[in-house]
Unconditional design. Structure first.
Length: 702
C-alpha cells in the first residue's frame, strides 16, 4: 500500500480500486472448468517457460486474477469467447513476467510512484480508465467520479484493497513493457539510401504484356510422379512440413435455423414491445429490461453518427418518436426511440502535426520550431495536410493524417484547445501553437457541433425456439447414436442426405472449425478423447449441432511422407507441370503464339502501371518473382517462363518510366521506419517465446 500513502500525501485523496485492466487489457479465467477432472490424477503441467514447468494451479490462479479484473471492469461474468481472451492474456502475462523481467533489470528500467500517480489521476490518465469513468449524461470523462471512488478505499472491503495492491503491480508491469517495446522500436531506422530505394520502388512504372498459363491447363495424367520424386521433394523442403500436433476430422453440421413459426413469434413480440416503448415513461429502464443487446440506451455526443439503419430510413429523427421495427443484417429486429435531443458540450474536429520538444534543450527546440514553420508555410501554399502529417508527425496520429477525431475543449491542453475553438472556419490555422508537448500545425476539419441525442434501442434476436432446437438435436443425436465408425459415418450420412464436411490440420489451440465458431469442445475431443475412426457425441456450437469423426492425426516432430503425402504430391505435380509448360512454350516468338499452345486456358493481358513495389499482376494474381524479373528487362525483352504458385508467367516489357529525382526522401524513410516500428512489439514477443522455448500444453485442459 506504499503507493496509496504516497498519493494521499500529494493530493489529499484516498486511493481506491481502479477497476480496469490497463495496457495489457487484463482479463482472467475460470477456476474449475472442464479441468476439474485433474483432481482425478491427470497431468497437471500446462506448459513450460524457460525450462520451468507451469502447473495447472499456478496458471488458474493467474487466470482468476485476470477474470476478477474483467468482472470489476464490466460488472458481469465473461462469456466463453471472452474467457478465451482471458486465458490467452493470462498466459502471455506469465511469459512476459518470466522472459522480460531480467531484461528490465539489466537495463535498469523502473516505474516511479510519480508515473503511477500520473496514470490514474494526473494529467495523462490512460485512455482505458478515461473510457470507464464517463458521465452518463455527457459521455465525457468525469474526474469527480474518480475522486469519489478513490476516497472510498479506507472503508472498502479487504478484497477491494487487495485488488488495488494487485493493480499497482499491474500498472507498473504494463508501463515497463511499453517502455521496453518503445525502446526497441526507437532503434528502428531507415537511412536515406533505403528511403530512396523505397521511393523508386513506389514510383518506377512499367508497361508490360503478360502471358499466364494456370497449372490446370495441364492434366494431372500428363505428368508422371514417382515415389522417389516425393521423397526427394520432402527431403529438400523439410522446413515446409515441420510436424505439428494436428488432427483431421470429418463432420456433419445440423444448422440451427429459426422456423417460420419462430419468425412470426419474434415479429409479434417486437411489434408489441414497440408499442409499449412509444408510451414508456422511462425509456432507459424499458430497453434495459427488454432489449437483447448490451448498452441499449446511450448518448450520442456532438459529431457522433447515429446508427446507420436509423439514418438510412429517417432523415431527421424527432424527439419522442419511435422508428421501426427494422430487420438487421445480424438476423435481429430493432426499434429506435429518440428519448431526448438537446445541445450538449460543444465538440470540434481537427488534425495536427506535432513537432515534439519534450526533453529538448533550447537549440533543439529552435530547430524543431524552424522545421514546423517550414511545413506550415508549405501547407499555406497548398500542400497536402494528410501527407504532411504522415511524413512529419511525431505522435500516434501521424499514420491517420493527424486526425484527432471529435473532442471537447476540456479534453486538450489549454493552448491547443483555445486555438482550435477560436477558429471561425475550417482549414489551416495560420500560426504555430506551442504546448508542453511541442509545436503543433493545426487544421480544423469540423466546426463546433452541440447536437446531442439520447437513443433507446430495442433489439430482439431472430433465432430458433426451444422446440425447433429440440427437433434439430433429436436428428443429430439419432445420427450419432447409430454411427460407430468411419464406414458407418459415410454410409449413414449418404442414407440420411447429410453433407459430410472436412477440417484438416486442426491445431491444438484451434477454437473454430472452418467457419464454425465456438468449436473448442470438438477440438478438445479430437485431441484428448478420440481415436482414428471414432465418432463423437453431439456437440452444441453457437449456431449448429455437430457430430464429428476423427479421420487422421499427426504428432509434433519430423513428419513422414504418408502424413503429408497430399501436400507434397500437389507441390511436385505443379513443379512438373511448370517444366511441361515451359518446354511447350520453347521456340514461340510472341505471347500470342504461346497462348495458342494452351488456347482454352492461357490468357494474354496488359498492365500499363506495374510498380516495382507490387507483388501481384492484375488479372493474374500473386506473382512477386515475375514482377521482379520485369524490372530487370530492357525495353522489348521477354522473360523466360517463370513458375509462381498460381501457374507459369511470361512477361514482355513495353516500356519503363523510371522514378524521377526528388530532393527529400524523408517521407519514404518515415514510411519504412513506421512499418518496422509497428512490427516490433509482435516480433519481440515471438522472439522472446522462441528463446524461452515456450511449450503450451493448455489444449489438454481448455
Amino acid at each position: 500500500m506504499a503507493l496509496i500513502k504516497e498519493i494521499r500525501q500529494r493530493t489529499g485523496l484516498a486511493i481506491g480500486v481502479i477497476a480496469v485492466g490497463l495496457i495489457l487489457f487484463l482479463v482472467g479465467g475460470d477456476l474449475l472448468g472442464p479441468n476439474s477432472m485433474l483432481l482425478g490424477g491427470r497431468d497437471t503441467v500446462v506448459g513450460e517457460i524457460n525450462g520451468e514447468e507451469i502447473s495447472y494451479e499456478e496458471y488458474i490462479d493467474q487466470v482468476e486474477r485476470f477474470k476478477l479484473n474483467y468482472q470489476q471492469n464490466t460488472g458481469r461474468n465473461p462469456s466463453e469467447n471472452e474467457m478465451y481472451s482471458i486465458r490467452e492474456q493470462a498466459w502471455q502475462a506469465m511469459i512476459v513476467k518470466r522472459v522480460f523481467s531480467e531484461q528490465y533489470e539489466a537495463l535498469g528500467m523502473t516505474i516511479s510512484d510519480e508515473e503511477l500517480v500520473d496514470m490514474v489521476q494526473g494529467k495523462n490518465i490512460v485512455a482505458e480508465l478515461r473510457q470507464q469513468l464517463t458521465n452518463p449524461e455527457t459521455g465525457q470523462f468525469d474526474r469527480q467520479q474518480l475522486i469519489a471512488f478513490l476516497q472510498s478505499l479506507e472503508s472498502a472491503p479487504a478484497q477491494q484493497r487487495a485488488f488495488w495492491a494487485q493493480q499497482e503491480q499491474t500498472f507498473a508491469d504494463s508501463r515497463l513493457r511499453i517502455k521496453y517495446d518503445n525502446l526497441l522500436a526507437a532503434s528502428s531506422f531507415a537511412n536515406k539510401e533505403e528511403g530512396a530505394l523505397q521511393y523508386r520502388m513506389q514510383s518506377s512504372v512499367a508497361d508490360i504484356e503478360h502471358l499466364f498459363v494456370p497449372f490446370y491447363a495441364v492434366s494431372d495424367s500428363a505428368v508422371s510422379i514417382s515415389e522417389s520424386d516425393l521423397k526427394a521433394y520432402l527431403s529438400e523442403n523439410k522446413e515446409k512440413f515441420e510436424g505439428a500436433n494436428t488432427r483431421d476430422i470429418s463432420y456433419i453440421r445440423f444448422d440451427l435455423y429459426p422456423s417460420g413459426e419462430d419468425s412470426a413469434t419474434v415479429i409479434q413480440q417486437i411489434s408489441q414491445l414497440t408499442e409499449e416503448l412509444s408510451s414508456a415513461s422511462n425509456d432507459s429502464v424499458f430497453v434495459l429490461r427488454n432489449s437483447e443487446i448490451s448498452n441499449p440506451f446511450r448518448t450520442y455526443l456532438p459529431g457522433e453518427q447515429l446508427p446507420a439503419l436509423l439514418t438510412s430510413n429517417v432523415e431527421d429523427p424527432e424527439e419522442g418518436a419511435v422508428y421501426g421495427p427494422y430487420i438487421t443484417d445480424r438476423s435481429t429486429y430493432v426499434t429506435y426511440k429518440v428519448s431526448q435531443k438537446f445541445d450538449g458540450t460543444p465538440r470540434m474536429r481537427a488534425s495536427h502535426i506535432l513537432f515534439g520538444t519534450q526533453g529538448m534543450d533550447d537549440a533543439a527546440k529552435a530547430e524543431a520550431k524552424t522545421q514546423a514553420e517550414k511545413v506550415l508555410a508549405e501547407l499555406k501554399d497548398g500542400g497536402n495536410f494528410f501527407a504532411a502529417a504522415q511524413q512529419y508527425g511525431q505522435d500516434g496520429t501521424a499514420q491517420r493524417g493527424g486526425d484527432l477525431g471529435w473532442f471537447a475543449k476540456e479534453d486538450f491542453v489549454e493552448p491547443f484547445a483555445d486555438a482550435v475553438f477560436a477558429a471561425k472556419s475550417t482549414g489551416l490555422i495560420n500560426s504555430l501553437v506551442e504546448t508542453e508537448y511541442g509545436y503543433h500545425v493545426i487544421s480544423v476539419t469540423e466546426m463546433p457541433k452541440t447536437a446531442t441525442v439520447k437513443l433507446a434501442t430495442l433489439e430482439l434476436e431472430l433465432g430458433p425456439s426451444d422446440a425447433t432446437r429440440n427437433e434439430i438435436f433429436r436428428n443429430a443425436d439419432y445420427f450419432a447414436a447409430n454411427t460407430g465408425n468411419a464406414d458407418e459415418f459415410k454410409t449413414n450420412a449418404e442414407k440420411d442426405g447429410y453433407r459430410v464436411l472436412q477440417a484438416n490440420s486442426l491445431g491444438t489451440n484451434a477454437r473454430s472449425i472452418n467457419n464454425l465458431g465456438g468449436a473448442r469442445e470438438v477440438v478438445r475431443w479430437a485431441f484428448n478423447d478420440a481415436s482414428v475412426g471414432s465418432v463423437s457425441p453431439v456437440f452444441e456450437l453457437d449456431n449448429a449441432y455437430v457430430v464429428a469423426m476423427l479421420r487422421g492425426e499427426t504428432e509434433e516432430g519430423d513428419v513422414t511422407l504418408d502424413q503429408v503425402r497430399a501436400e507434397v504430391m500437389a507441390q511436385v505435380r505443379n513443379e512438373k507441370k511448370a517444366v511441361y509448360i515451359s518446354e511447350k512454350l520453347k521456340g514461340k516468338e510472341s505471347l500470342e503464339a504461346m497462348k495458342e499452345v494452351f488456347p482454352e486456358y492461357a490468357s494474354v493481358g496488359t498492365t500499363a502501371d506495374l510498380k516495382l513495389s507490387d507483388n501481384t499482376i492484375p488479372g493474374v494474381g500473386y506473382a512477386p518473382k515475375a514482377v521482379g524479373a520485369v524490372f530487370g528487362l530492357k525495353q522489348g525483352q521477354v522473360t523466360q517462363p517463370i513458375k509462381e504458385d498460381i501457374g507459369v508467367i511470361v512477361a514482355k516489357l513495353n516500356s519503363i518510366t523510371p522514378a524521377g529525382e526528388v530532393a527529400d526522401y524523408s517521407m519514404y524513410q518515415n514510411q519504412l521506419q513506421a512499418s518496422a516500428q509497428q512490427r516490433t512489439t509482435y516480433m519481440i514477443m515471438m522472439a522472446a517465446q522462441e528463446l524461452a522455448n515456450v511449450k503450451d500444453f493448455r489444449y489438454k485442459f481448455f
